[in-house]
Design a binder for this molecule. Sequence first.
Ligand SMILES: NC(=O)c1ccc[n+]([C@@H]2O[C@H](COP(=O)([O-])OP(=O)(O)OC[C@H]3O[C@@H](n4cnc5c(N)ncnc54)[C@H](OP(=O)(O)O)[C@@H]3O)[C@@H](O)[C@H]2O)c1
Length: 274
Amino acid sequence: MLGSALMRHFTNQDVIGFGSELNITNSLLLASTLNEIKPNIIIHTAAYTDVDGCETNLDKAYAINTIGTQNLVNYCIDKDVLFVYISSTGIYGTSKTDAYTEFSPINPTTVHHKSKYEGEKVVQNHLQKYLILRTGWLYGGDKTLSKNFVYKRFLEASSKDTVYSDNTQIGNPTYVVDFVKQLQLLIENQQYGIFNCVNNAIGISRYDYVKKIVELFDLNCDVKIAPDEMFKRIAPVSHNESAINYKLHLLDLNIMGDWEKSLATYIRQLRDEA
Ligand SMILES: NC(=O)c1ccc[n+]([C@@H]2O[C@H](COP(=O)([O-])OP(=O)(O)OC[C@H]3O[C@@H](n4cnc5c(N)ncnc54)[C@H](OP(=O)(O)O)[C@@H]3O)[C@@H](O)[C@H]2O)c1
């Protein structure tokens, strides 16, 4: 999802994109490919993103999210390459009940977020010229994407009178188009280090998010809070994945919009395509 958004955004630049045919766990393939391309910037968007799947496939989670990152980082050591790692606000885990800043304690609760955080540490321990962007609840891109949360909710709410949604977790619905623009601004401003990078949203649950999706599509469907047992997860996810872009604010570089405005923009685009 994010990789495609980046490719759509940077059309005027000299950008090469890869899918999973460039397997990041294959260190030899990776090294030979990168040695041939000699990139100035690597934006690493590959990950094993199935949070529940990571709980039962621990080796796969660490092999892709941590060792795969190490393989990419190895190429950058001692080279003048900017490395961009996409992390998650989920790595803050349960350390607070309100929105996390970059200075909040880190306490990941799931294998997925632990493996992503280990990936962060690899970047921080070996490189100087890096950006680590912690984001969450990304949406956007093509309708056909299997992970298109917004379009899936549209399809569900179009065919039902009532849909149920979880009210127990808060986070920041974040539009990939806003994210790539923010990333471009950081690169242009030669910023390095760790940044939260989410759309502005305070105390927003999945239930609020789904309600807004249904409203913006003008659907005649009731959105109800799901009973506890309805969305049981394998992964012990934190109830709080919400964050603010504190460092972007301090640097006066925060261009991430309000979540409702960005969601409206994306849904307008989906409706225009229909
Ligand atoms: N989506 C979110 O809400 C969210 C939140 C926080 C952080 N992030 C981070 O944002 C980044 C982009 O996520 P996304 O939402 O765009 O996820 P996505 O749509 O699942 O994309 C992940 C990509 O990684 C590829 N991949 C998996 N294993 C690979 C391997 N061994 N070698 C090379 N490529 C591999 C997948 O290819 P296949 O499909 O072919 O397997 C897929 O194209 C990830 O780092 C993710 O952790 C996402």
